[in-house]
Write a protein that binds this ligand. Structure first.
Ligand SMILES: C[S@@+](CC[C@H](N)C(=O)[O-])C[C@H]1O[C@@H](n2cnc3c(N)ncnc32)[C@H](O)[C@@H]1O
Length: 202
């Protein structure tokens, strides 16, 4: 077994693209070669951190636009020696469209993305018909997307989008361990039903 060197104080798990217009070379960013998983809008990181701890072979990339949240996850991951996490502080749709290599993602988690409830704001939603094209390009063959929302209209829209897109088929939902339940779900699960769906690239 390989011995793991001590973690220096200034270690960061954040990634910085060399170029903002072409896909990143992510293959060299991890020592392990397990499933490649992306958590879009990873928030405060409860799910990402626990999921990384339970799946040390996974290569987990958290993408989040809020700097303070990314910094906090970074510190916690380094402290817990979760070397399988990497972080991108960025707008998720941009990262997916321009920086993800083709067919790179085996599992994509989209947990409680902002629902943009007003009709005139719905174009801001992350998961939309056009985003399905981005998922189709970036997910591997048989790659899976796990989606969860407490906002029923958003969930129903996603279900409609999936039903009319022949590139995807519905698959088993992701069953989370209690310590993996995300920060958002933990706060809201007693107040509202949580809707989940999972779909796989054909
Ligand atoms: C409602 S929270 C859910 C966070 C986490 N997934 C959870 O379940 O606890 C939505 C998160 O997504 C982030 N976010 C929203 N839109 C984003 C975008 N376009 N790109 C990256 N992060 C985004 C927000 O900053 C926030 O942290």
């Amino acid at each position: 077994m390989r011995s793991i060197p001590p973690v220096p104080d200034d270690l960061s798990l954040r990634l910085w693209p060399d170029n903002w217009l072409t896909p990143m070379n992510l293959e060299n960013e991890w020592e392990q070669d397990g499933p490649r998983a992306v958590d879009l809008g990873c928030g405060k990181g409860r799910f990402l951190l626990a999921h990384a701890a339970h799946n040390p072979a996974y290569r987990l990339l958290g993408i989040e636009r809020k700097l303070r949240r990314v910094r906090k996850i970074d510190r916690k991951a380094v402290r817990a020696d979760l070397r399988n996490i990497r972080l991108l502080r960025m707008e998720a749709a941009y990262a997916m469209r321009y920086l993800m290599p083709e067919n790179w993602i085996d599992i994509c988690y989209i947990y409680f993305p902002d629902p943009w409830p007003k009709d005139r704001h719905q174009d801001n939603r992350l998961l939309s018909k056009s985003f399905m094209d981005i998922l189709d390009r970036t997910l591997s063959n048989r790659g899976v997307v796990h989606f969860a929302s407490d906002h029923e209209p958003y969930f129903l829209d996603v279900a409609d989008i999936l039903a009319s897109d022949p590139r995807w088929t519905s698959t088993e939902p992701h069953v989370l361990r209690e310590d993996e339940v995300s920060d958002f779900e933990l706060i809201h699960r007693d107040q509202k039903p949580i809707h989940r769906c999972s779909f796989q690239r054909k």
